[in-house]
Design a protein around this ligand. Structure first.
Ligand code: MN
Length: 197
């Protein structure tokens, strides 16, 4: 079977560029080991599964079981690792995205507070997402394990990974502190491009 293999998305920043928000050690494990394992598992499971040759998002929308779990984690980490910029001046949403955030949450500050609260309150492993419906209306969703808003027909815009492997080396049990720090490295131009796509 001629199956296109998936590979990890390229990082467009150096492994130490996100420090101190995310250390190079965490990138080495999270990107180098955890994401690679999901990629390897997905590629190993695809042949003769009925999903070989399919787009990643379509697999995530329609698969179940091990293929869904690994494909979901590949898509989630692809969106996660490409939404960051080197630590420095904090950026903020503007234009149509900012307007949609204000419409849905009242203000950018109120959105951030709600996003952090939903990330901190997600029991166990999973992801908190900012997602848009077909009318561009925004909502925050909590997804367990490998979940992704595309499963509910929503467009994923921004995500914080709350699996312990995302923060344990740097923050141990302090998930809320990790989530609060992540705003320093969010690249809102990337999020806006996903919103307007
Ligand atoms: Mn992860």
């Amino acid at each position: 079977m001629n199956t296109t293999l998936f590979s990890p998305v390229a990082l467009h920043y150096a492994q130490d560029a996100l420090a101190p928000v995310i250390s190079p050690e965490t990138i080495a494990f999270h990107y180098g080991k955890h994401l690679q394992a999901y990629i390897n598992n997905l590629n190993a499971a695809l042949p003769d599964s009925g999903f070989e040759g399919k787009e990643l998002e379509e697999i995530v929308r329609t698969a179940e079981g091990g293929i869904f779990n690994n494909a979901g984690q590949v898509l989630n980490h692809t969106l996660y690792f490409t939404q960051f910029k080197p630590a420095g001046a904090e950026s903020a949403p503007k234009g149509a995205l900012l307007e949609a955030i204000v419409r849905a949450f009242g203000s950018f500050e109120a959105f951030k507070a709600e996003f952090q609260k939903k990330g901190a309150g997600l029991f166990g492993s999973g992801w908190v997402w900012l997602a848009a419906d077909q009318d561009g209306k925004l909502q925050i969703t909590q997804e367990a394990n490998a979940g992704n808003p595309v499963r509910h027909g929503l467009k994923p815009l921004l995500t914080f990974d709350v699996w312990e492997h995302a923060y344990y080396l740097d923050y141990q049990n302090r998930r809320p502190d990790h989530l609060a720090a992540l705003w320093q490295i969010v690249d809102w131009d990337v999020v806006a491009a996903r919103y307007c796509k």
